[in-house]
Design a binder for this molecule. Sequence first.
Ligand code: UP6
Length: 274
Amino acid sequence: KSQIPFGTRASSHPNPLARKLFEVAEAKKSNVTVSADVTTTKELLDLADRLGPYIAVIKTHIDILSDFSNETITGLKALSEKHNFLIFEDRKFIDIGNTVQKQYHEGALRISEWSHIINCAILPGEGIVEALAQTAQAPDFPYGSDRGLLILAEMTSKGSLATGDYTSASVDYARKYQSFVLGFVSTRALTDVPASVSANENEDFVVFTTGVNLSSKGDKLGQQYQTPQSAIGRGADFIIAGRGIYAAADPVEAAKQYQQQGWAAYLDRVGGSQ
Ligand code: UP6
């Protein structure tokens, strides 16, 4: 896990989107990603506007909206500017290269147009990472270096098969496609602590951890939770909370609580006080 402050990682990181991510987190003193798993555009935009000030990233499952439209995209983009947060579409691409390129950059959901961060699983092999990188790094790709990929290296569901060699292969592919891969969705840091800031320039993966909840240990369908403190202690740079925030009696208060606890745990890890 990284004990280097976000500000330093922002200034030394080779990937422009990773720099932006760390800058946003520093500016807002938030390492919270809210997983806005609601099913209408109104609810999604309403949550994004109310929680916007307290989060660094909003994570969407755009295909669960019953009324996805152009308005969803314009609304999300406007709120991302207004509140200075990044958008992460949790599409978990998992197919042959030719298919994922179309799912990402064409098709009804127009993911490349509005989502800064996407993720994929490596079940199909290295080619999925290569294909997504190829699309996003093509000379005529309209969104330049403002896009990045997280590899889903582990899962929080009970009995997950994303372990061992599978998780190690995720790290190998991340290293190989470092110019597009920002890091991982995993329950812990998967690479060693960089020895110094200069060593850090060569490899500094960002860790997003799902399955974060302050008041629950899991759900009836096998989800398994840890607390913000535990996740960050194990190496999460960004904590992802869904129901812990949006299903709380007061989602704004909950977002503030995750922000405070998440940031305190981060400061603890990097040994700072701000
Ligand atoms: N998610 C997980 N576990 C994983 C990967 N992704 O929970 O291993 C996603 C889910 C959901 C969110 O698809 O959007 O993170 C977790 O939501 P929750 O906090 O309400 O459980």
